[in-house]
Design a binder for this molecule. Structure first.
Ligand code: SF4
Ligand code: FES
Length: 363
């Protein structure tokens, strides 16, 4: 065990990959975990206990759609009894007054609700399902239950022009927090990069709208705005460092240092069937692969920003250069920055969004 490794704060529990939506920006892997390979209830209860034992205080019940799991109430109750703050990350589809009341009774503390657009036509087109009206109802239920509500919106070329409308919608929903995060190009989303990458004009138009709203709504609704990193000079401090704060357990029990880490084909993943969460967090090959700074190459190794952004994103480095230890090519100091510039300059050839779904996944 490396004595400098700190305990994890959060667990992203991906209970299932099943989902009623078909968003083309989905960051889940192209190959989804099938229902028959999902962890059973007893194993999830053990995972939660082991995670708490090594320090986890926040549990994000996520997916796919976590409401697709009938044992969600039991898992929420167990995590709460362990002393964790439990957050539900949901599309809102399947959330009824009775189900929410049960979850609240068992200790659910917070809900993150995804929204795809500012109006039914656009939102439902992006979700690939009639979802918008369900989300309005879900937001009402969440507020009526007295839970804090975060609205999460993935931004991209197909909805970036709606930023003002989306902010107004989140206000109407009574959100305490609105996260406007540009698409990250991992998993399924990478297939649709051509049609998801916002234009420079869209980014320029959104910036003053977000700035004005952030000021106007200060103290009422917090707005987090994350620009597409392909357009930045320096990369994001992805995960605040590899294996530093949070772990993800995938529906089949694979334990990931980052939710997108299955993208790194060279990474040998640990699984809860073979090792405890403690062993995996402290001693596994995958969690130690990019911890600290020893793995860094130049220019990161001697860069004055290495404790700020940790060399950027390992998944992006792998997807764009084939080497997960390379400097994130988004960085203007990376010798491979041209990979990103070429993507930005390339003509857009894709004509149709490839919607997320099991059929498309099989192809
Ligand atoms: Fe960050 Fe590496 Fe770029 Fe320096 S060279 S800014 S550490 S990604
Ligand atoms: Fe995996 Fe950035 S998304 S390290």
């Amino acid at each position: 065990m490396d004595v400098t490794t700190q305990p994890p704060l959060g667990l992203l529990a991906e209970l299932t990959h099943r989902c009623p939506l078909h968003c083309p920006y989905c960051s889940n892997p192209v190959e989804l975990v099938a229902r028959r390979d999902e962890l059973d209830t007893a194993t999830w209860l053990r995972v939660l206990s082991e995670a708490r034992e090594i320090g986890v205080l926040q549990v994000h019940m996520s997916g796919g759609e976590p409401l697709a799991r009938p044992d969600l109430p039991e898992l929420v109750a167990h995590a709460t009894e362990l002393g964790c703050y439990v957050n539900l990350v949901t599309s809102g589809l399947g959330l009824t007054e009775a189900r929410l009341a049960d979850l609240v009774e068992r200790g659910l503390a917070h809900v993150q609700l995804s929204v795809q657009g500012a109006d039914p036509a656009r939102a439902d087109r992006i979700a690939g399902a009639r979802a918008f009206e369900h989300k309005l109802v879900a937001a009402e239920l969440i507020r009526a239950a007295g839970l804090p509500l975060s609205v999460n919106v993935v931004l991209h070329r197909q909805n970036h022009d709606q930023v003002a409308g989306i902010i107004a919608l989140a206000e109407r929903m009574g959100a305490d927090r609105l996260e406007l995060a540009n698409t990250q190009y991992y998993g399924w989303a990478l297939r649709n990069r051509d049609l998801l990458m916002p234009t420079p004009e869209q980014l320029a138009a959104a910036e003053p709208v977000v700035r004005e709203a952030t000021e106007r709504l200060r103290g009422k609704m917090e707005i987090i705005y994350v620009v597409a990193d392909y357009h930045e000079r320096y990369p994001k401090p992805c995960m605040y460092g590899w294996g530093a704060r949070q772990l993800t357990v995938a529906p089949n029990g694979d334990v990931l240092p980052c939710p997108a880490a299955t993208a790194i084909e060279t990474l040998k993943l640990a699984n809860v069937a073979r090792s405890s969460i403690r062993e995996i967090w402290y001693d596994s090959e995958s969690f130690n692969a990019y911890r600290g700074e020893d793995w860094m190459q130049e220019p990161c190794r001697t860069c004055d920003r290495r404790s700020i952004d940790f060399g950027g994103c390992r998944c992006q480095a792998f997807l764009l250069t084939g080497d997960a230890a390379a400097t994130d090519p988004v960085c203007s100091r990376s010798p491979r920055r041209e990979v990103v510039d070429l993507v930005l300059a390339a003509p857009r050839t894709q004509t149709d969004l490839v919607m997320r779904g099991p059929k498309a996944a099989a192809r």
